[in-house]
Design a protein around this ligand. Structure first.
Ligand SMILES: Nc1ncnc2c1ncn2[C@@H]1O[C@H](COP(=O)(O)OP(=O)(O)OP(=O)(O)O)[C@@H](O)[C@H]1O
Ligand SMILES: [Mg+2]
Length: 367
Protein backbone atom coordinates (compact mmCIF):
# COMPACT_ATOMS: atom_id res chain seq x y z
CA UNK A 1 0.00 0.00 0.00
CA UNK A 2 1.09 3.58 -0.43
CA UNK A 3 0.30 7.13 0.49
CA UNK A 4 -0.74 9.57 -2.23
CA UNK A 5 0.62 13.05 -2.62
CA UNK A 6 -0.43 15.45 -5.33
CA UNK A 7 1.20 18.86 -5.62
CA UNK A 8 0.21 21.84 -7.76
CA UNK A 9 -1.71 19.82 -10.31
CA UNK A 10 -2.99 21.75 -13.31
CA UNK A 11 -5.01 20.35 -16.16
CA UNK A 12 -6.53 22.15 -19.13
CA UNK A 13 -8.67 20.79 -21.94
CA UNK A 14 -8.22 23.44 -24.65
CA UNK A 15 -9.44 26.69 -23.07
CA UNK A 16 -11.06 24.95 -20.10
CA UNK A 17 -8.88 25.12 -17.01
CA UNK A 18 -10.27 22.07 -15.19
CA UNK A 19 -7.82 21.59 -12.30
CA UNK A 20 -6.27 24.75 -10.88
CA UNK A 21 -3.30 23.98 -8.70
CA UNK A 22 -4.75 21.02 -6.83
CA UNK A 23 -2.75 19.65 -3.90
CA UNK A 24 -3.95 16.60 -2.01
CA UNK A 25 -2.38 14.31 0.58
CA UNK A 26 -3.79 10.93 1.51
CA UNK A 27 -2.00 8.98 4.25
CA UNK A 28 -1.14 5.33 3.68
CA UNK A 29 -4.21 3.16 4.22
CA UNK A 30 -6.69 6.04 4.45
CA UNK A 31 -10.01 6.29 2.69
CA UNK A 32 -10.12 9.66 0.93
CA UNK A 33 -13.24 11.04 -0.69
CA UNK A 34 -13.34 13.74 -3.36
CA UNK A 35 -16.72 15.41 -3.35
CA UNK A 36 -18.06 18.31 -5.37
CA UNK A 37 -20.72 19.30 -7.85
CA UNK A 38 -20.92 17.99 -11.38
CA UNK A 39 -18.14 19.29 -13.60
CA UNK A 40 -15.82 20.43 -10.78
CA UNK A 41 -13.03 18.11 -11.95
CA UNK A 42 -13.38 15.01 -9.75
CA UNK A 43 -13.12 12.42 -12.52
CA UNK A 44 -10.33 14.37 -14.16
CA UNK A 45 -8.30 14.27 -10.94
CA UNK A 46 -8.91 10.54 -10.61
CA UNK A 47 -7.93 9.92 -14.24
CA UNK A 48 -4.72 11.86 -13.66
CA UNK A 49 -3.96 9.68 -10.64
CA UNK A 50 -4.58 6.58 -12.73
CA UNK A 51 -2.44 7.88 -15.56
CA UNK A 52 -5.31 7.94 -18.06
CA UNK A 53 -4.74 11.68 -18.59
CA UNK A 54 -1.51 13.61 -18.44
CA UNK A 55 -0.99 16.56 -16.09
CA UNK A 56 -0.01 19.94 -17.56
CA UNK A 57 1.81 20.91 -14.38
CA UNK A 58 2.35 19.40 -10.97
CA UNK A 59 3.43 16.09 -9.50
CA UNK A 60 1.85 12.86 -8.35
CA UNK A 61 3.63 10.67 -5.80
CA UNK A 62 2.68 7.14 -4.78
CA UNK A 63 4.61 6.52 -1.61
CA UNK A 64 7.93 8.12 -2.48
CA UNK A 65 7.70 7.20 -6.18
CA UNK A 66 7.09 10.11 -8.56
CA UNK A 67 4.59 8.52 -10.97
CA UNK A 68 3.62 11.71 -12.80
CA UNK A 69 5.02 10.57 -16.13
CA UNK A 70 4.47 6.83 -15.75
CA UNK A 71 2.08 4.78 -17.87
CA UNK A 72 -1.07 3.50 -16.12
CA UNK A 73 0.19 -0.09 -15.95
CA UNK A 74 3.44 1.06 -14.30
CA UNK A 75 1.56 2.81 -11.49
CA UNK A 76 0.06 -0.23 -9.79
CA UNK A 77 -3.41 1.26 -9.38
CA UNK A 78 -6.83 -0.41 -9.61
CA UNK A 79 -9.82 1.62 -10.70
CA UNK A 80 -13.55 0.93 -10.33
CA UNK A 81 -15.72 3.01 -12.64
CA UNK A 82 -19.35 4.03 -12.49
CA UNK A 83 -20.08 1.77 -15.46
CA UNK A 84 -18.74 -1.54 -14.24
CA UNK A 85 -17.29 -2.33 -17.66
CA UNK A 86 -17.49 -6.12 -17.20
CA UNK A 87 -16.87 -8.27 -20.26
CA UNK A 88 -20.35 -9.55 -21.23
CA UNK A 89 -19.07 -12.70 -22.94
CA UNK A 90 -17.03 -13.80 -19.90
CA UNK A 91 -18.33 -15.39 -16.72
CA UNK A 92 -17.79 -13.73 -13.35
CA UNK A 93 -14.83 -16.06 -12.75
CA UNK A 94 -13.30 -15.17 -16.11
CA UNK A 95 -13.94 -11.47 -15.57
CA UNK A 96 -12.10 -11.64 -12.26
CA UNK A 97 -9.19 -13.58 -13.71
CA UNK A 98 -8.87 -11.61 -16.95
CA UNK A 99 -6.39 -8.95 -15.80
CA UNK A 100 -4.28 -11.49 -13.93
CA UNK A 101 -4.02 -13.74 -16.98
CA UNK A 102 -2.94 -10.77 -19.07
CA UNK A 103 -0.14 -10.22 -16.58
CA UNK A 104 0.80 -13.90 -16.84
CA UNK A 105 0.04 -14.59 -13.19
CA UNK A 106 0.50 -18.34 -12.44
CA UNK A 107 -2.76 -20.34 -12.35
CA UNK A 108 -2.38 -21.37 -8.72
CA UNK A 109 -1.93 -17.75 -7.66
CA UNK A 110 -5.00 -16.71 -9.70
CA UNK A 111 -7.07 -19.39 -7.96
CA UNK A 112 -5.90 -18.23 -4.56
CA UNK A 113 -6.70 -14.56 -5.18
CA UNK A 114 -10.08 -15.38 -6.75
CA UNK A 115 -10.95 -17.51 -3.76
CA UNK A 116 -10.11 -14.68 -1.35
CA UNK A 117 -11.92 -12.00 -3.31
CA UNK A 118 -15.05 -14.06 -3.86
CA UNK A 119 -15.13 -14.96 -0.19
CA UNK A 120 -14.79 -11.31 0.83
CA UNK A 121 -17.49 -10.17 -1.56
CA UNK A 122 -19.78 -13.18 -1.38
CA UNK A 123 -19.31 -13.95 -5.07
CA UNK A 124 -19.00 -17.74 -4.67
CA UNK A 125 -22.47 -18.65 -5.97
CA UNK A 126 -22.12 -16.24 -8.90
CA UNK A 127 -18.78 -17.33 -10.34
CA UNK A 128 -20.18 -19.21 -13.33
CA UNK A 129 -22.80 -16.64 -14.27
CA UNK A 130 -22.54 -14.08 -17.04
CA UNK A 131 -22.87 -10.37 -16.20
CA UNK A 132 -26.31 -10.15 -17.82
CA UNK A 133 -27.60 -12.61 -15.21
CA UNK A 134 -26.50 -10.37 -12.31
CA UNK A 135 -28.28 -7.55 -10.50
CA UNK A 136 -26.75 -4.08 -10.45
CA UNK A 137 -25.39 -4.63 -6.94
CA UNK A 138 -23.85 -7.97 -7.91
CA UNK A 139 -22.17 -6.45 -10.98
CA UNK A 140 -20.84 -3.76 -8.71
CA UNK A 141 -19.31 -6.40 -6.43
CA UNK A 142 -17.70 -8.17 -9.38
CA UNK A 143 -16.17 -4.87 -10.50
CA UNK A 144 -14.77 -4.42 -7.01
CA UNK A 145 -13.54 -8.01 -7.01
CA UNK A 146 -11.65 -7.33 -10.21
CA UNK A 147 -9.89 -4.46 -8.49
CA UNK A 148 -9.16 -6.50 -5.36
CA UNK A 149 -7.50 -9.43 -7.13
CA UNK A 150 -5.05 -6.95 -8.63
CA UNK A 151 -3.56 -6.34 -5.16
CA UNK A 152 -2.90 -2.80 -6.27
CA UNK A 153 -1.18 -0.13 -4.17
CA UNK A 154 -4.07 2.25 -4.59
CA UNK A 155 -7.77 1.87 -5.30
CA UNK A 156 -9.62 4.53 -7.23
CA UNK A 157 -13.42 4.63 -7.32
CA UNK A 158 -15.38 6.92 -9.62
CA UNK A 159 -19.01 7.11 -8.45
CA UNK A 160 -19.26 3.32 -8.23
CA UNK A 161 -22.73 3.37 -6.66
CA UNK A 162 -24.54 5.83 -8.86
CA UNK A 163 -26.30 3.13 -10.90
CA UNK A 164 -27.81 1.48 -7.84
CA UNK A 165 -31.13 2.24 -6.18
CA UNK A 166 -31.14 4.03 -2.84
CA UNK A 167 -31.47 0.96 -0.59
CA UNK A 168 -28.73 -0.96 -2.37
CA UNK A 169 -26.52 2.10 -2.40
CA UNK A 170 -26.73 2.31 1.37
CA UNK A 171 -25.86 -1.38 1.71
CA UNK A 172 -22.96 -1.39 -0.74
CA UNK A 173 -21.67 1.81 0.87
CA UNK A 174 -21.32 -0.07 4.14
CA UNK A 175 -19.74 -3.04 2.30
CA UNK A 176 -17.16 -0.81 0.66
CA UNK A 177 -16.14 0.68 3.97
CA UNK A 178 -15.91 -2.77 5.60
CA UNK A 179 -13.85 -4.03 2.70
CA UNK A 180 -11.54 -1.07 3.01
CA UNK A 181 -11.05 -1.68 6.71
CA UNK A 182 -10.23 -5.32 5.97
CA UNK A 183 -7.83 -4.68 3.08
CA UNK A 184 -6.28 -1.56 4.58
CA UNK A 185 -5.69 -0.30 1.04
CA UNK A 186 -5.32 3.40 0.33
CA UNK A 187 -8.46 4.47 -1.51
CA UNK A 188 -9.59 7.59 -3.34
CA UNK A 189 -13.32 7.68 -3.91
CA UNK A 190 -15.18 10.18 -6.03
CA UNK A 191 -18.80 11.08 -5.46
CA UNK A 192 -21.15 14.01 -5.68
CA UNK A 193 -23.29 12.42 -2.97
CA UNK A 194 -22.58 14.16 0.30
CA UNK A 195 -23.96 11.30 2.39
CA UNK A 196 -21.45 8.90 0.82
CA UNK A 197 -18.77 11.51 1.33
CA UNK A 198 -19.56 12.04 5.01
CA UNK A 199 -19.95 8.35 5.87
CA UNK A 200 -17.02 6.85 3.96
CA UNK A 201 -14.25 9.37 4.32
CA UNK A 202 -11.36 9.38 6.75
CA UNK A 203 -10.28 12.48 4.93
CA UNK A 204 -12.55 14.56 2.74
CA UNK A 205 -11.64 16.94 -0.08
CA UNK A 206 -14.32 19.36 -1.21
CA UNK A 207 -13.70 20.41 -4.79
CA UNK A 208 -15.28 23.42 -6.44
CA UNK A 209 -14.45 24.59 -9.96
CA UNK A 210 -11.12 22.82 -10.02
CA UNK A 211 -9.96 24.03 -6.60
CA UNK A 212 -9.83 22.14 -3.29
CA UNK A 213 -11.89 24.47 -1.10
CA UNK A 214 -11.38 22.48 2.07
CA UNK A 215 -9.72 19.27 3.22
CA UNK A 216 -9.95 17.38 6.49
CA UNK A 217 -12.00 14.91 8.52
CA UNK A 218 -15.65 15.11 7.36
CA UNK A 219 -17.16 16.09 10.70
CA UNK A 220 -14.63 18.85 11.17
CA UNK A 221 -15.46 20.29 7.74
CA UNK A 222 -19.14 19.99 8.50
CA UNK A 223 -18.77 21.79 11.81
CA UNK A 224 -16.36 24.46 10.56
CA UNK A 225 -16.85 25.05 6.84
CA UNK A 226 -14.27 27.53 5.59
CA UNK A 227 -16.42 28.89 2.78
CA UNK A 228 -20.08 29.45 2.05
CA UNK A 229 -19.79 26.96 -0.79
CA UNK A 230 -18.57 24.17 1.49
CA UNK A 231 -21.19 25.09 4.10
CA UNK A 232 -23.97 24.84 1.54
CA UNK A 233 -22.66 21.69 -0.08
CA UNK A 234 -22.40 19.46 2.99
CA UNK A 235 -25.56 18.75 4.95
CA UNK A 236 -29.07 17.81 3.97
CA UNK A 237 -31.30 19.75 3.89
CA UNK A 238 -28.67 22.35 3.02
CA UNK A 239 -27.68 25.23 5.28
CA UNK A 240 -29.94 28.28 5.07
CA UNK A 241 -28.33 31.58 4.08
CA UNK A 242 -29.69 34.98 5.11
CA UNK A 243 -28.31 38.37 4.15
CA UNK A 244 -27.37 40.38 7.19
CA UNK A 245 -25.42 43.39 8.44
CA UNK A 246 -23.25 43.41 11.53
CA UNK A 247 -24.06 45.88 14.29
CA UNK A 248 -23.04 46.45 17.85
CA UNK A 249 -25.65 47.46 20.45
CA UNK A 250 -24.69 48.07 24.06
CA UNK A 251 -21.56 46.00 23.61
CA UNK A 252 -23.44 43.05 22.11
CA UNK A 253 -22.69 42.07 18.52
CA UNK A 254 -25.78 41.45 16.39
CA UNK A 255 -26.56 40.42 12.83
CA UNK A 256 -29.46 42.45 11.46
CA UNK A 257 -31.28 40.24 8.98
CA UNK A 258 -32.44 41.08 5.50
CA UNK A 259 -31.40 43.66 2.96
CA UNK A 260 -33.66 46.25 4.50
CA UNK A 261 -32.99 45.13 8.10
CA UNK A 262 -36.49 43.97 8.87
CA UNK A 263 -35.98 44.28 12.54
CA UNK A 264 -34.82 40.73 13.21
CA UNK A 265 -31.60 40.76 15.18
CA UNK A 266 -29.51 37.71 15.89
CA UNK A 267 -27.14 37.92 18.84
CA UNK A 268 -23.61 36.73 18.01
CA UNK A 269 -20.95 35.10 20.12
CA UNK A 270 -18.17 37.67 19.79
CA UNK A 271 -15.54 35.19 20.90
CA UNK A 272 -16.29 32.81 18.04
CA UNK A 273 -15.81 35.46 15.37
CA UNK A 274 -13.09 37.61 16.92
CA UNK A 275 -11.84 40.63 15.03
CA UNK A 276 -13.84 39.75 11.95
CA UNK A 277 -16.79 41.51 13.56
CA UNK A 278 -16.91 45.03 12.11
CA UNK A 279 -19.93 47.31 12.35
CA UNK A 280 -21.66 47.74 9.00
CA UNK A 281 -20.00 44.70 7.41
CA UNK A 282 -22.29 42.82 5.03
CA UNK A 283 -22.38 39.09 5.70
CA UNK A 284 -24.26 35.92 4.92
CA UNK A 285 -25.64 34.34 8.04
CA UNK A 286 -25.71 30.55 7.74
CA UNK A 287 -28.09 28.41 9.81
CA UNK A 288 -28.38 24.65 9.47
CA UNK A 289 -32.00 23.44 9.48
CA UNK A 290 -31.39 21.44 12.66
CA UNK A 291 -29.79 24.38 14.48
CA UNK A 292 -33.17 26.03 15.07
CA UNK A 293 -36.02 25.62 17.50
CA UNK A 294 -39.55 26.92 17.83
CA UNK A 295 -39.74 29.94 20.08
CA UNK A 296 -42.22 29.63 22.93
CA UNK A 297 -42.51 33.32 23.85
CA UNK A 298 -42.98 35.15 20.56
CA UNK A 299 -39.32 36.16 20.28
CA UNK A 300 -37.16 35.15 17.31
CA UNK A 301 -37.57 35.43 13.55
CA UNK A 302 -40.87 34.91 11.73
CA UNK A 303 -40.99 31.91 9.41
CA UNK A 304 -43.96 31.91 7.03
CA UNK A 305 -44.47 28.21 6.43
CA UNK A 306 -45.46 27.18 2.92
CA UNK A 307 -45.10 23.42 3.21
CA UNK A 308 -44.40 20.86 5.92
CA UNK A 309 -42.83 17.46 5.25
CA UNK A 310 -43.58 15.05 8.09
CA UNK A 311 -40.91 12.36 7.84
CA UNK A 312 -41.68 10.52 11.06
CA UNK A 313 -38.30 11.07 12.71
CA UNK A 314 -38.51 14.80 12.03
CA UNK A 315 -40.65 17.40 10.29
CA UNK A 316 -39.21 19.84 7.79
CA UNK A 317 -40.93 23.20 7.55
CA UNK A 318 -40.18 25.08 4.32
CA UNK A 319 -41.00 28.73 3.98
CA UNK A 320 -39.76 32.30 3.95
CA UNK A 321 -37.74 34.03 6.66
CA UNK A 322 -36.55 37.64 6.37
CA UNK A 323 -37.27 37.50 2.65
CA UNK A 324 -35.24 34.34 1.95
CA UNK A 325 -36.11 30.68 1.49
CA UNK A 326 -35.69 28.85 4.76
CA UNK A 327 -35.95 25.25 5.97
CA UNK A 328 -36.41 24.42 9.63
CA UNK A 329 -36.11 20.93 11.07
CA UNK A 330 -38.68 20.53 13.81
CA UNK A 331 -39.68 17.82 16.22
CA UNK A 332 -42.05 15.32 14.60
CA UNK A 333 -44.63 16.31 17.21
CA UNK A 334 -44.46 20.03 16.34
CA UNK A 335 -47.91 21.27 15.44
CA UNK A 336 -47.10 23.51 12.50
CA UNK A 337 -49.20 23.64 9.36
CA UNK A 338 -48.78 25.26 5.98
CA UNK A 339 -49.85 28.88 5.84
CA UNK A 340 -48.92 29.46 9.48
CA UNK A 341 -46.26 31.84 10.70
CA UNK A 342 -44.06 30.53 13.49
CA UNK A 343 -41.24 32.12 15.48
CA UNK A 344 -37.84 30.52 15.17
CA UNK A 345 -34.75 30.79 17.36
CA UNK A 346 -31.26 30.04 16.02
CA UNK A 347 -29.15 27.86 18.30
CA UNK A 348 -25.97 28.12 16.24
CA UNK A 349 -25.02 30.34 13.33
CA UNK A 350 -22.18 30.62 10.82
CA UNK A 351 -21.05 33.88 9.23
CA UNK A 352 -19.54 34.35 5.78
CA UNK A 353 -18.28 37.49 4.11
CA UNK A 354 -20.94 38.60 1.64
CA UNK A 355 -18.40 39.23 -1.13
CA UNK A 356 -15.70 36.60 -0.69
CA UNK A 357 -17.81 33.82 0.86
CA UNK A 358 -15.03 33.18 3.42
CA UNK A 359 -16.01 32.17 6.94
CA UNK A 360 -15.64 34.82 9.64
CA UNK A 361 -14.95 32.23 12.29
CA UNK A 362 -11.87 33.04 14.28
CA UNK A 363 -9.10 30.48 13.74
CA UNK A 364 -9.17 27.77 16.41
CA UNK A 365 -7.04 28.70 19.42
CA UNK A 366 -3.81 26.77 19.63
CA UNK A 367 -3.78 24.56 22.71
N1 LIG B 1 -11.52 15.03 -22.47
C1 LIG B 1 -12.07 16.22 -22.21
N2 LIG B 1 -12.07 17.20 -23.11
C2 LIG B 1 -12.59 18.41 -22.85
N3 LIG B 1 -13.18 18.74 -21.68
C3 LIG B 1 -13.22 17.79 -20.74
C4 LIG B 1 -12.68 16.48 -20.94
N4 LIG B 1 -12.87 15.77 -19.82
C5 LIG B 1 -13.50 16.59 -18.96
N5 LIG B 1 -13.73 17.81 -19.49
C6 LIG B 1 -14.35 18.97 -18.83
O1 LIG B 1 -13.71 19.17 -17.59
C7 LIG B 1 -14.63 19.54 -16.58
C8 LIG B 1 -14.52 18.58 -15.43
O2 LIG B 1 -14.96 17.30 -15.83
P1 LIG B 1 -14.97 16.04 -14.84
O3 LIG B 1 -15.40 14.87 -15.63
O4 LIG B 1 -13.66 15.94 -14.15
O5 LIG B 1 -16.09 16.49 -13.81
P2 LIG B 1 -16.70 15.69 -12.57
O6 LIG B 1 -16.41 16.53 -11.36
O7 LIG B 1 -16.23 14.30 -12.58
O8 LIG B 1 -18.26 15.78 -12.85
P3 LIG B 1 -19.42 14.65 -12.68
O9 LIG B 1 -19.85 14.71 -11.24
O10 LIG B 1 -20.50 15.17 -13.58
O11 LIG B 1 -18.87 13.33 -13.10
C9 LIG B 1 -15.98 19.57 -17.26
O12 LIG B 1 -16.28 20.89 -17.58
C10 LIG B 1 -15.78 18.71 -18.48
O13 LIG B 1 -16.66 19.10 -19.51
MG1 LIG C 1 -17.18 12.44 -12.94
Amino acid sequence: MASVKVTGLNKRFGDTHVLKGVSVEVPDGAFAVLVGPSGCGKSTLLRLLAGLEEADEGHIFLGDRDVTRLEPRERDIAMVFQSYALYPHLTVRENLAFGLKLRKTPAAEIDKRLGEASEMLGLGPLLDRYPKALSGGQRQRVAMGRAIVRRAQLFLFDEPLSNLDAALRAQVRVDIRKLHDRLGATSVYVTHDQVEAMTLADVLFVLNKGVVEQAGPPLEIYAHPRTKFVAGFLGSPAMNFLEARLEQRDGQWMAALGRDARGVQVALDAEAFGEELQAGRRVMLGVRPHDVELSQDGSGAALEVSIVEALGVESLAYGTLAGAHFVARLEPTAKVGKGETVRILFRHVHLFDADTGLSLRAPAKKA
